[in-house]
Design a protein around this ligand. Structure first.
Ligand SMILES: [Zn+2]
Ligand SMILES: [Zn+2]
Length: 326
């Protein structure tokens, strides 16, 4: 089964972090981190519905200006998510410009900004161009177990990582696809109809097999009339120090991910420097990927000192993954 999104690092392995997640069947995209996005054409920026920022170091957040500039005239709404203090940081960025003419623009471009705390409470605020981006408080929300966004087809989960400051990692979890065998349904004497949506929802929510639906046990319906294809999982973690706590948190967030994007900033010959900078070496990234049982790994956020030597970083990561698996 093809995943519902395709994933692309906007600036490759050396440039500012920004991972563009494009929905294959919709005109919609998500962005994980908001570094320099000059390489994204406006039509791709205008497809963004939700942008998740790991932390506000410049290389992860300086694309904010381009996002606002391209979106300003079009109206619409973009949701932003970030770590503690993020709402203030967005407010301060917006306050650095003069907005006296924007109320004449045709649309009312709106930013809905969410800031998640380690207790999973979420503070939210709205900034509208028609109001010159004055901050409007919204009711607090929650993100149970780190789920920032829950939709029919997927959920977006976060985890707190230690980078000297709080830094968010993200996982895009596609929900299972449920296909119905209509002929087998007919053999069971069951009609097609809207009740199948309830059935699919019961499967997606993981209700117990004895749950009754239309006179049958859910488990029986699953075994006889449904084909359940597990969804794909993509995880993205960057900017973290190597520690047991970070490793455990990523192992949980990225457990069994089909694809793991993980920073691999330095070679292990410079492990001390990496620790001082609160970043991972490629070997540490490989070890974490192995612990999380990630099926495929894409390293990125390479230090520019390795320009022309990226093969060494990739080889070190893969060597560590392989060595630990034997
Ligand atoms: Zn960084
Ligand atoms: Zn950083």
């Amino acid at each position: 089964m093809r995943p519902i999104i395709s994933a692309e690092l906007v600036n490759g392995a050396f440039g500012d972090p920004a991972l563009y997640l494009d929905f294959r069947f919709e005109r919609r995209a998500l962005l994980l981190d908001l570094g320099d996005i000059a390489a994204l054409p406006p039509r791709k920026i205008l497809r963004l519905s939700d942008v998740f920022v790991s932390h506000a170091h410049m290389d992860h957040f300086s694309g904010f200006d381009r996002l606002v500039r391209v979106s300003l005239g079009r109206g619409g709404e973009v949701r932003l998510y970030g770590p503690p203090a993020f709402v203030d940081q967005v407010e301060h960025k917006l306050a650095a410009y003069t907005w006296n003419l924007v109320e004449r623009y045709p649309g009312d471009f709106t930013l809905l900004v969410h800031e998640v705390a380690p207790d999973w409470s979420v503070r939210a605020a709205r900034f509208r161009s028609r109001r010159s981006f004055a901050r409007e408080a919204l009711p607090d929300e929650g993100s149970p177990d780190g789920v920032l966004l829950e939709e029919d087809q997927f959920r977006l989960r976060t985890a707190f990582l230690d980078h000297g400051i709080a830094c968010l990692g993200f996982a895009f979890e596609e929900k299972a696809h449920v296909n119905v065998w209509r002929n087998r349904l007919a053999e069971m004497g069951l009609p097609v109809g809207p009740w199948l949506n309830d059935l699919k929802r019961a499967v997606a929510e993981g209700l117990p097999d004895h749950t009754p639906i239309r006179g049958w046990a859910l488990g029986e319906l699953k075994a006889r009339a449904l084909q359940i294809v597990p969804g794909q999982k993509l995880a993205y973690v960057t900017d973290l120090v190597y520690s047991a706590q970070n490793e455990a948190r990523i192992a949980r967030l990225a457990a069994d991910a089909d694809l793991l994007f993980i920073e691999s900033v330095f070679l292990s010959s410079e492990a001390e420097h990496a620790a001082r900078k609160l970043h991972l070496t490629a070997a540490q990234a490989g070890r974490i990927a192995r612990t999380a049982r990630a099926r495929a790994v894409i390293p990125f956020h390479f230090s520019p000192r390795y320009l022309g030597r990226e093969a060494e970083l990739r080889a070190e990561l893969e060597r560590t993954r392989a060595a630990l698996s034997t």
